[in-house]
Design a protein around this ligand. Structure first.
Ligand SMILES: Cc1ncc(COP(=O)(O)O)c(C=O)c1O
Length: 302
């Protein structure tokens, strides 16, 4: 499949890519009123499987609920439509983007009679971040993460990604691969589209969910994979703790597990042979590709 899919599932029907269009007056385009998900499908020994599909669909509906968007479909219908879109596009390993947005075409921040459109898009996405077998150089962003009291980080709202764009663009302009955002009090939050973990003296840490972060499904996968052997400690992480870590890595559906090799000039051993980050990365790939016995609900066969 090319990066542009042949078909997009759009409001219950399959539409050719070029025909899936919206008006320039679309509310979501002006005010960022959308919610979305990012999901990956991987090849396994038993065929193509969508990783943790049920959890992604659940979060999609929770995001909609927070913004009081009434979707005309059930979780089951969206789940089925995602699988159908992957099949229809003969997508193979791919990235899947369900999106719901205010499609009203009258200006004004509050649409009186909300019209919600839902789309499901599949695209090719290989390595999202850093270098294959290398890792990512990361800059601490001068832009702080939006506080939960302003925009709920638990919902994947499209508008909040302006903050992600700003920090990521700043990092890239300075020659880094990605940004890392601190919260308003200066504690570690997350990347623009990834959760973050640190490793110190063999112990693994990640910001707890009181931080303004997304409750990432990859974050949860890492926590569950490490539960028995080296349980992840969820806590607030200060800047000096971050910079004196031995290793750090990003975790996210798009970024998968990306070792962080440098944070604003501080070098880390995350991508060195035998590192904890690389071991977790390997376990993660074995899990999404069905090589490691996992919760059977995690693999949804296409
Ligand atoms: C801001 C943010 N944090 C974290 C993540 C990682 O979440 P997940 O592992 O569910 O993809 C994402 C990606 O969706 C994100 O956009």
């Amino acid at each position: 499949m090319a990066s542009e899919p042949e078909f997009i599932w759009f409001d219950g029907k399959f539409v050719k890519f070029d025909e899936a269009k919206v008006s320039l007056m679309t509310h979501a385009l002006h005010y960022g009123t959308g919610i979305f998900e990012g999901i990956r499908a991987y090849n396994t020994g038993n065929g193509l499987s969508v990783f943790r599909l049920a959890d992604h669909v659940r979060r999609f509906f929770q995001s909609a609920r927070i913004y009081r968007m009434e979707l005309k479909y059930t979780e089951k219908e969206i789940t089925e439509s995602i699988l159908e879109t992957v099949r229809k596009n003969n997508a193979g390993e791919c990235y899947i983007r369900p999106l719901a947005f205010y499609a009203n075409t009258a200006l004004g921040i509050h649409p009186r009679e909300p019209k919600i459109s839902v789309a499901i898009i599949t695209t090719k996405l290989n390595l999202y971040l850093g270098k294959e077998g290398g890792g990512a150089r990361v800059k601490i962003s001068p832009w702080r993460k939006i506080d939960n009291s302003s925009i709920p980080s638990m919902a994947k709202g499209t508008g909040q990604y302006l903050s992600s764009y700003l920090s990521s663009h700043d990092a890239k302009m300075d020659g880094y691969d990605e940004a890392l955002l601190l919260d308003k009090s200066g504690f570690v939050a997350e990347g623009p589209g990834e959760n973050v973990f640190t490793v110190k003296d063999g112990r693994i840490y990640t910001p707890s969910l009181e931080s303004p972060i997304l409750a990432g499904i990859t974050r949860d996968t890492v926590i569950k994979l490490m539960e028995k052997t080296n349980p992840v400690i969820e806590k607030r992480i200060g800047l000096s703790e971050l910079l004196t870590s031995d290793e750090a890595f990003f975790a996210g559906t798009a970024a998968e597990i990306t070792p962080i090799t440098e944070i604003s000039g501080y070098r880390l051993s995350s991508a060195e042979k035998g590192s904890v980050s690389l071991k977790i990365r390997e376990e993660y790939f074995n899990t999404v590709r069905g090589k490691k016995p996992v919760d059977k609900d995690w693999l949804a066969y296409v």
